[in-house]
Design a protein around this ligand. Structure first.
Ligand code: SF4
Length: 314
């Protein structure tokens, strides 16, 4: 039998993104207040259902002090009414006292993400630029100590020796710590903000672009070596991964989006544990959706027959 959140001890951590305990949540009267005062529920969001169970039944489910609606309701409002700006959404659906204001640190990035997902335009255009966090402006990921990490896109994990050498030279010349990521890319850590333009100039000149390692967007489509090299492979998983990554790069979503392609049922790319994953069969490809572990999980599988699309051949 599942333990009710009310049975947890006061020092139990409810929001692990922001290290917020049950006791701290108990000091608040509404979800909006919890988010505003403790930041709990504003990270990955998977703890929101638990937080709601810890609050009084008649609690205000609003996103923050500016909006009386939750994220999914705001998404539907923006989608159905075709709202394209934060100011318009705040004026039409914000709390009366918040209308005409500038929003807060909870609703601005949330609405920024909703608008970016719906409109999918250039996210630094016009008013939207002020809704994005620092990372999107610098094409780099701010780290604990205020330095930045830079992750060039490496579609499908396929990279030439020449590009590897450029990454190595950039890391050496700027004194950066390098690490291979779980998404088959190379992360360059420790860049100062004033170094970022020079770093990106060298990377772009070598043919790289941002891998969006900081964005609520498609991150990577990793792959195993597949049929070309592996004796068990039944399809070209590298080609498929590259096609998917190049097709969906830049796509904004409510959360980071990761994928993988395996060249056979042995599943070396761990596609079933990605947000969407693809596994080759002798007859085509199986598609798995919703595999990335979270508080709730739904996995669906397509049969090779329904997923066998001629355009998807390697
Ligand atoms: S998933 Fe299959 S094709 Fe890919 S590396 Fe593993 S064994 Fe080889």
């Amino acid at each position: 039998m599942a333990l009710s959140p009310s049975a947890l001890p006061d020092d139990a951590v409810i929001c692990s993104c922001h290290n917020v305990t049950k006791h701290a949540i108990g000091q608040c009267a509404s979800l909006a207040e919890v988010k505003q005062c403790t930041k709990a529920g504003t990270g990955c969001g998977s703890c929101v259902k638990v937080i709601e169970k810890l609050l009084p039944a008649a609690t205000d489910k609003g996103l923050c002090g500016c909006f009386p609606y939750g994220r999914s309701e705001l998404y539907e409002i923006a989608r159905t009414l075709r709202v394209t700006s934060f100011a318009a959404l705040l004026d039409s659906h914000g709390r009366p006292e918040a209308r005409g204001g500038e929003g807060c640190e909870v609703c601005k990035p949330t609405v920024g993400s909703i608008l970016a997902s719906l409109n999918n335009g250039y996210i630094l255009d016009g008013e939207q630029a002020s809704l994005q966090d620092t990372n999107d402006h610098f094409l780099a990921n701010m780290q604990r100590n205020g330095s930045y990490s830079v992750v060039p896109r490496v579609p499908g994990g396929e990279i030439t020796p020449e590009k590897l050498i450029v990454i190595g030279e950039v890391a050496r010349d700027f004194g950066l710590y390098t690490k291979i990521t779980g998404g088959q890319r190379i992360d360059l850590f420790g860049a100062r903000v004033d170094q970022l333009p020079s770093i990106w100039t060298r990377l772009v000149d070598a043919g790289f672009e941002s891998g969006h390692a900081y964005g609520k967007a498609l991150r990577t489509v990793k792959s195993c070596v597949g049929q070309t090299w592996c004796r068990y492979g039944v399809q070209d998983s590298v080609r498929m991964a590259i096609r998917l990554e190049l097709r969906y790069r830049g796509l904004r979503s409510p959360h980071k989006l990761k994928s993988a392609v395996s060249g056979c049922a042995r599943e070396c790319a761990e596609a079933q544990s990605k947000d969407f994953g693809i596994i080759a069969t002798a007859n085509g490809w199986n598609l798995y959706v919703g595999g990335n572990g979270g508080a709730t999980r739904a996995t669906r599988t397509c049969s090779p027959r329904t997923c066998r699309t001629p355009n998807w051949s390697g």
